[in-house]
Design a protein around this ligand. Sequence first.
Ligand code: SF4
Length: 685
Amino acid sequence: MLSDSLKKEIRNNYELITQALPQFKARKAQNYLVAEIAKVLAGNYDKSRRILVAEAGTGIGKSLAYILAGLPVALRANKKLIISTATVTLQEQLITKDLPFFLRHSDYKFTFTLAKGRQRYCCEHKLLNQQTDNPEQTQLFTEKPQVGDRELLDRLKNAYLDGKWDGDQDSWPKPIPRRVWQQIVSDKHSCKKALSNHRQCPFHRARDNINKADVIVVNHALLLADLELGGGVILPEPDASFYVLDEAHHLPKIARDFSSANVNIKTSQEWLKKIKQVSTHVNRVVHRQTTITPGINMLESANEMVKDLNDIELYFRNNPPNYNKSNQYRFSMGEVPQGIVNSLISLKEETKKCLSAVNKLSNITSEELKDDNIKLSDAEPLLVETGFYIQRLEALSDLWKMLLKERSSHQAPIAAWINNENEAYTLCANPLEVGGLLEYMLWSQAAGVILCSATLTSLNSFDYFMRQAGLTQNDGTQYLRLKSPFDYPNIELHVAAMAKDPTESGFDNELIENITQRIEQKEGNLVLFASYWQMNLVADKLRRKFPKSLLVQGETSRTKMIAMHKQNCDQGLTSILFGTGSLAEGLDLPGHYLTNLIITKLPFAVPDSPVEEAHAEWITSKGGNPFMQITIPEASKKLIQSCGRLIRKETDTGKITLLDKRVITKRYGKSLIDSLPPFALKIEK
Ligand code: SF4
């Protein structure tokens, strides 16, 4: 329970923080959010399930709220506060702005750090002992070395030795090419933390910082990677952590992509054929009888796998399915063709054997190194090599498990398909629902979780998000919806009187005409399209009329395009940004940078990816309606995000125009309008 002294502490710090914020405006919604976060984490509502799903509209100040409430409760309970985000922008804001500000102005003395994956750090040992000409290692790399790489590696090494570079890939002033980075990156299979002179390397220093920090900022993908390993491997243990999942609306999709697996048949056959070199290399260095059996087993399994993969390839060559225009063929209800089932069963078995054999060879090498029977310089390439194969075999194993998973009528099937790029076949699988996985890895394990975002509801309800995230109304989870403090009724939302709807021919011409007329001179304009195709069509027609003002997504980098737009606006010129759905989220154009927002079409996703198709098929098979259950809730969320581009600050004004009349002519239109903020709706006649 939240004690009175803790409440007082939070209130005092709220005073300190808000006094230090220039132009701070007290908001009831923010205070309420702080109180609810503190109560949920302290177990006021449910002692064992401390989960809050909080939709906090733009402008409430949610990051301040969760730091203000989460940190004191975590410190008192002797827990870590792990803040996970979907975007780098928010991570940077937390690490460079919000947390330092809080540290400076609050009563709390705490430490914080940004957790990154191992692959962002260089391996000190590899950096200082580079062997770029080692053929056994370079043949494992996906990109081969080029002229100039040697010089860059020397610069990296010297900067590191002079204390001018900390070994973090992101802190090197320029991007490091992949082929260079792969030579010095820290890799779990060859890592030797146990050696005393390795404990201070960049990767382990970063991991030590995580262990010591009170607040850890992370991204959703790394958080999921830790949880998949059982939690407590990269980040602190789940039961010793309070999690804040900001931008939580991205979590289900990130979790789904995270669990995906795919295997290219040709590439796998190629590396499986090379695997025999592992035993040759091991036997050259390790003179032990114990390597003989795993060496033989590894070879036998690899040969079997090559044959099985060959059979699968032959099957698809002899029985070509009806590929779509993206060269994919989806297996209905996730059921792979009967003709490849036996090969998959055999692959599953042989991959397991092969993996066990390579692991044994790797362990024997490590033991020999530990016992000083072999030199580090001899052991290292072997550990890198075995690590390379272990990783690939694990990826194969994940795919076979998913493809052969027993089906149940209660559980959603997987999405499974084959890709055929000029007879180069890739087998792919993706889970459809990740709610069970999140429950198992996170909700049931964590000391407490706050999920927040500006858009967690669709169609005015948490139902869609709950289904995706595996949460329910009655499982002890708390739900909170706080409206944005912005003055929406002063913003007009126009629904244009279009003769055609986007599904009718003639819409494109009407669109061109309408957009031309609706561009505001000497203002910041943003036009959002549903497809690149349509955007480019309109852009080509408008280019002559607005030669200097039109900035089209994809024609230059996003950063450059936005900088040019802002420059135009600052000079009082007309500026027109053309963008698609990806620009509708995270684009921050406050004040005069955006006053005229035009949305060309309701953002209905076309279920054309195998995963979306499989999801729709599953819902239909259960008697549901995928359009109402997926398409409309998704469109509602996207429409809210699109409209949200206009109002970033309390003083922002302007006008939104929707050029899709279906919002008033179709039955579902009302629910889409009703779930938007309370704009002043103007239906043009
Ligand atoms: S501990 Fe691992 S990552 Fe660090 S220097 Fe040693 S081998 Fe490289």
